[in-house]
Structures are given as structure tokens and as C-alpha cells.
Design a protein around this ligand. Structure first.
Ligand code: XMP
Length: 523
């Protein structure tokens, strides 16, 4: 399935940690773009008919023996090119300029002097800007420009902090316009897209919905589709789009594994029936999951058991539906990019930190064709689509919730009693976050039940009871995260309520670790 507008910018990925961010910024500027590995076959890229290229940064040095090279089709296309960091060095190198290995890295904030403020790429900066604060992160540097290029800006350390051949629409930036530490970076990207590439813009969730529905209809024809529903934003938006496209030929399956949050199974079913109206099969498999988890404490073993059980239950329900050709999944663009780059780099399994599970791995004799209508969208775009489809605000803005659910938040053995303790504490936390306006200021927040007990005093009695940890983080991509600076009085209220209202808990702690070195979940 493809949902692609006619006007596309291609971001070639040379391995920068910021590559996804470039793609997001371009889309925020209402221009559709795709992030493509630099090794992608030429016809695959040319099929997108790009109106321009952005070359990402990357960790390599252009002279290294196996350094990524600029694919020939980029310059041969005659389209505008913007090289960022390694991308600028590569552009320089490919056009006959010189790049020298830097003896020191230039990393962090820098101030640029604009030498050609009238050049199109700077034309959206506020008038009379002479110095531009930017974020640098590079080792090598350009020392001789290719023919036809001029220096557009310099810093104390780099005479060529921005370069260009405006006649040909070729530009290079040594700094990173995509990061928020370059406050006017978006204006520079905007000028590249609209002034240099001549984009018309208009990429919005509204266009996406119409195109996506037409695409689903063309793919599915008279067929039937099954969709696993978790209650999270991705599967809900997937289901809503499918229902709009094919109505009752969609059946959703919701599996209650007993590891969901307080009131969640009822809420998912109720919201779904009110808002979506598609046929829904709700299965309560709590007993099955909990008995499979009995006595298990190892986090990866828990994940494996839950993943396999889920597939078994889902499969049994799907078979009851008779002949269904398609399985819809809420796969997002970051998953697609990650698995593409994993394949490209043949990353070893040893690099895996946690096994994440999705619907997948169904038995071979259940050969569904996959439908993934969100596979070109980032999370914030999925939320915008959800809002545009009229899904309830709280459903659209829900924090992500892991497939193995509370099993990885009840540290140690998972029992019904311990799940109930955690559910009660977690519900108080979430309630207080919504009430204080902090839910939407955090990216993910939850309670964790620790596998230790601690001494306390309640009234005149000594207690020896459970400890709840509170985790709240802010993040753009969940790959790195910072702990949320929740106000002290909010933390005090949460702690008070938990020890007073949740039987068996006498202590609450707040997790102040960032990722890395910690992960967001505790298991
Ligand atoms: P970590 O703990 O790895 O989590 O920093 C990053 C994000 O992934 C979620 N997560 C999971 N999601 N299955 C999922 O579907 C899993 O097994 C799983 N483990 C972690 C986590 O909640 C966070 O949003």
C-alpha cells in the first residue's frame, strides 16, 4: 500500500542520529518527504519523483575507504540539493572541493556571521539578522570549495559554515538546522523547500485521510480485514481509517490479557463501540495469561510468553471469522525506518536491548496480506490524523503502553494481587497528571511496583509493605528521554494519595534517571 503525494522531497540517510528529525521538520513544514537509506536502489528513489534532495549528516569521513558515497542519481537529476554536515562534505567532495580531517571536533553552540544574507536559503530569516546561533557537531571540515560555490556564512572556527551554488540550487550547511538548538533552522529549511525546490506545500492529515481511504479501498476490493485493537492511538487510528474505507468488512479483535490498566478493558470496548461502530470481538484471556506467567520473573521470559500467548489467542479468534485475507497493523514510519536500517547495516542481534512485540509471527497457514496505512507517518502525524477523524482527545493523546503491559511494571512475579496494587497506584498518578495539566506535558508516565518491601510507620504501627516508583519522562523519539521535572507539590499529592488509598503500599519514590543509561520501562 502506498499513500504518497505527488510532491516529495527525499532525505538521504547517511547514518546521522538526527536523520529522522530532518524528515519530521520537513513534514512539519507541510511538504511530504521520505527518509531513504543512501544504499537504496536508484529506481526505488526515482519512482518518488523527488523535487529535491536533503543529504543527512553521518558519522563517516568522506575519505575513509568504505565511506558512504553520493549516489549518482542525485546530481544527475539536476534537482536542488541541501547537504547537512556530512551531507555538505559529501557534496563538496563529489563536486571536486576538498574536505580535511578536523584535528578537533566542533561540537555545541556556535554563532555564524552571514556573508550573503540575500541568498535564497537565508531569505526567510528575519531582516537585518547578521549573526545566527546554530548547533554544530562535526570533525572534518571543508577547506576548498567546488567550482561555482561561495561561502554564505562563517563561524570563528569554520570559514565555510554554509556554502552554496545558488544558480544550481546546491547548498551545504556545516551546522544542523533540524535541531531545536538552531532556533532559526526551520526558516532555513522552509526557504530550501519553498524558494529553492519550489514546493507548493499543503501536506496535511486531511489529504492523508482521503488518499489513504482510496488506497485501502483499491487494495482490499471486496475482501475482509481483521485488526488487532489495543486501545492505543496507533491501532485505534488504523481501525478508524479502515472502518471509513470498508465499513463492516473490518472486524477488530481486542484481547484483554489481564495486564491492562485500571478500567482499561471496559473503556476500550465502550469508546470503540461509541466512536467506531465496526464489528468488535472482545476476548477476556486474563486467566490464560496469568497462569502462563505464574512463577516467571525474568523480563525477557515474560515478554516471550505474552507475545506467544497473544498470537495464539488472536489466531483462535481470527479463525472463527472465516475467510479473511488482510491483517491491518498500526506500524509507524520510525519502525519502518528502523527495520530498513537494521537490514542495511545488518546489525547484530547482540545490540538488542529489549524484545518489543507487535502482532506478527502468526502461523504460516494463516497467510494474511498486511495493510499498514500509517507506515509513512510519525507519531505526531498519527495523532493529527486521529483528531481529524474525530477520535476522542484522550484516546488520541494517550501515552504509549507496551505490548506486555503491566507485566513489565510489576517487577518480579506477576500475580493478580500485585497487578491490582499497581493498577490502583497507577490510576492515581494518571488522574493527578490530567488534573494538573501535566499529562500532555509528559511523553509517558506510569507507576512501577518494586519487588522489595520497606519499613514504615502508620499510626502507631510499624509496617513492612510495598514500594511504588513513579516514572515520568519527556522525549521526542523514545530512543533517548529525560525524566520529567514534575512540580514538588504535585509529587507530594501523588505520594500522599497512593500511601493513603492503596492498601499495602507505604512508600513512593520518584525515578530521576534519564535514558540512557536507564531505559524508560524498568524491565
Ligand atoms: P524502553 O524501556 O526500551 O522503552 O526505553 C521505549 C518505549 O518502548 C515501550 N516498550 C515496549 N513496547 N513492547 C512494546 O510494544 C515491549 O515489549 C516494550 N518494551 C518497552 C516503552 O513503553 C517505551 O514507550
Amino acid at each position: 500500500m502506498t499513500v504518497r503525494p505527488s510532491e516529495t522531497v527525499v532525505v538521504l540517510d547517511f547514518g546521522s542520529q538526527y536523520s529522522q528529525l530532518i524528515a519530521r521538520r520537513v513534514r512539519e513544514l507541510e511538504v511530504y518527504c521520505e527518509l531513504v537509506p543512501f544504499t537504496a536502489p536508484a529506481p526505488e528513489v526515482q519512482r518518488l519523483n523527488p523535487v529535491g534532495f536533503i543529504l543527512s549528516g553521518g558519522p563517516a569521513s568522506v575519505y575513509a575507504p568504505d565511506a558512504p558515497q553520493l549516489p549518482d542519481y542525485v546530481l544527475a537529476s539536476g534537482k536542488p540539493v541541501l547537504g547537512i554536515c556530512y551531507g555538505m562534505q559529501l557534496l563538496t567532495h563529489s563536486l571536486g572541493g576538498t574536505v580535511n580531517p578536523g584535528t578537533e571536533r566542533e561540537y555545541g553552540p556556535a554563532s555564524l556571521e552571514l556573508l550573503a544574507p540575500q541568498t535564497p536559503i537565508f531569505a526567510d530569516l528575519p531582516p537585518a539578522v547578521e549573526r545566527l546561533p546554530v548547533w554544530m557537531s562535526h570533525g572534518d571540515r571543508v577547506t576548498r570549495l567546488p567550482e561555482g560555490f561561495q561561502s554564505l556564512a562563517r563561524s570563528d572556527n569554520s570559514p565555510y559554515a554554509a556554502i552554496g551554488n545558488p544558480e544550481k540550487g546546491l547548498y551545504g550547511l556545516q551546522f544542523h538546522p533540524e535541531v531545536t538548538h538552531t532556533p532559526q533552522g526551520k526558516e532555513i529549511l522552509r526557504a530550501f523547500l519553498y524558494r529553492v525546490c519550489g514546493c507548493k506545500g499543503g501536506w496535511t492529515p486531511g489529504n492523508f485521510i482521503d488518499q489513504s481511504i482510496a488506497d485501502i479501498q483499491a487494495t482490499v476490493g471486496d475482501g475482509r480485514v481483521v485488526c488487532g485493537l489495543s486501545g492505543g492511538v496507533d491501532s485505534s487510528v488504523t481501525a478508524a481509517l479502515l472502518y471509513r474505507a470498508i465499513g463492516n468488512r473490518l472486524t477488530c479483535i481486542f484481547v484483554n490479557n489481564g495486564l491492562l490498566r485500571k478500567g482499561e478493558p471496559e473503556q476500550v470496548v465502550q469508546t470503540f463501540r461509541q466512536e467506531l461502530h465496526a464489528p468488535l470481538v472482545a476476548v477476556d484471556a486474563t486467566e490464560e495469561f496469568l497462569s502462563a506467567l505464574s512463577g516467571v520473573t525474568d523480563p525477557e521470559a515474560k515478554r516471550k510468553i505474552i507475545g506467544e500467548k497473544f498470537i495464539r489467542v488472536f489466531e483462535a479468534e481470527a479463525r472463527k471469522l472465516g475467510k479473511v485475507e488482510f491483517l491491518a497493523q498500526g506500524t509507524l514510519y520510525p519502525d519502518v525506518i528502523e527495520s530498513a536500517s537494521r537490514d542495511q547495516q545488518q546489525k547484530s542481534a547482540a545490540a538488542k536491548i529489549k524484545t518489543h512485540h507487535n502482532v506478527g509471527g502468526l502461523p504460516d497457514d494463516m497467510q494474511f496480506k498486511l495493510i499498514e496505512p500509517l507506515r509513512y507517518l510519525f507519531k505526531d502525524e498519527v495523532r493529527a490524523v486521529g483528531e481529524a477523524l474525530g477520535l476522542p482527545h484522550r484516546m488520541v493523546w494517550r501515552h504509549p503502553f507496551p505490548g506486555p503491559g503491566l507485566a513489565v511494571r510489576v517487577l518480579g512475579e506477576v500475580t493478580w494481587e500485585r497487578l491490582e496494587t499497581l493498577r490502583a497506584a497507577d490510576a492515581i498518578l494518571i488522574d493527578e497528571l490530567w488534573a494538573s495539566g501535566w499529562y500532555e506535558k509528559t511523553s509517558q508516565a506510569f507507576a512501577v511496583l518494586l519487588p522489595v518491601q520497606s519499613v514504615g510507620v502508620m499510626g502507631d504501627y510499624r509496617t513492612y509493605a510495598d514500594v511504588i516508583a513513579i516514572r515520568a519522562v519527556t522525549t521526542e523519539d523514545f530512543m533517548t528521554a529525560d525524566w520529567a521535572r514534575l512540580p514538588a507539590d504535585l509529587l507530594a499529592r501523588i505520594s500522599n494519595r497512593i500511601v493513603n488509598e492503596v492498601p499495602g503500599v507505604n512508600r513512593v519514590v520518584y525515578d530521576i534517571s534519564s535514558k540512557p543509561p536507564a531505559t524508560i520501562e524498568w524491565e
